[in-house]
Design a protein. Structure first.
Length: 206
């Protein structure tokens, strides 16, 4: 375990990362026009996102995460928070927050000879891509597919499968409660939340 003051610093820093990620997403989405057949634009839960990011930092520090591990997760939180915010705000997940971090992560993994990330990205991409094709973008957009690939690369297939299964169940439950089963939903928040939760509370600790 880290000293209490490290936990405090990690909590504050991750909260700031969440806030800055929101500002970045708002900047990228400022001129984005929502699709007519996409999810309805809404008001992103800014405070909840900041608090959620802070909880991730606190949880990792409490578990004794090293500074490099905290830094890696902190960087990963940027696209996750940004995807959540942008999908709620305008119903779109910009490639800046999916393809860019995915590409950087895969290049880093190859240099580290960690080819499991390539497998994880492919394993998660295929089923989500098939669903996006079958639903013609209504049940799932291609931004969600790219985010799922990022989650597979970062988490690995076993953890990603469990995390995304949970995300799908929660999404279906929320849609049923809101009686919006026939409407497109912003699915990126569920995927991003599942990835962040799996990073904060590892299902298969190393």
């Amino acid at each position: 375990m880290n000293p209490w003051w490290i936990d405090l610093i990690a909590t504050v820093v991750f909260g700031c990362v969440g806030f800055l990620s929101i500002q970045l997403s708002a900047l990228v989405c400022r001129n984005v026009v929502p699709f007519d057949d996409g999810p309805k634009p809404g008001r992103p839960p800014v405070m909840a996102l900041v608090i959620g990011a802070a909880i991730v930092g606190f949880s990792l520090s409490m578990r004794g995460a090293t500074l490099p591990s905290l830094a890696i997760v902190g960087v990963l939180l940027v696209p996750l928070v940004a995807c959540w915010y942008s999908d709620i705000l305008c119903g779109i997940v910009p490639d800046y927050f999916t393809l860019l971090p995915l590409g950087l992560w895969l290049v880093f993994s190859v240099f580290q000879h960690n080819y499991a990330s390539l497998v994880g990205a492919a394993v998660m991409f295929v089923p989500f891509a098939i669903f996006a094709l079958l639903s013609k973008g209504r049940g799932m957009g291609w931004g969600d597919v790219k985010l799922a690939a990022l989650g597979g690369a970062v988490l690995g297939p076993p953890t990603a499968m469990l995390a995304f299964a949970g995300a799908c169940l929660v999404a279906v439950f929320v849609a049923a409660i809101r009686r919006r089963r026939a409407e497109p939903i912003a699915f990126a928040p569920y995927l991003a939340g599942a990835i962040a939760a799996a990073l904060a509370f590892p299902l298969f600790p190393a």
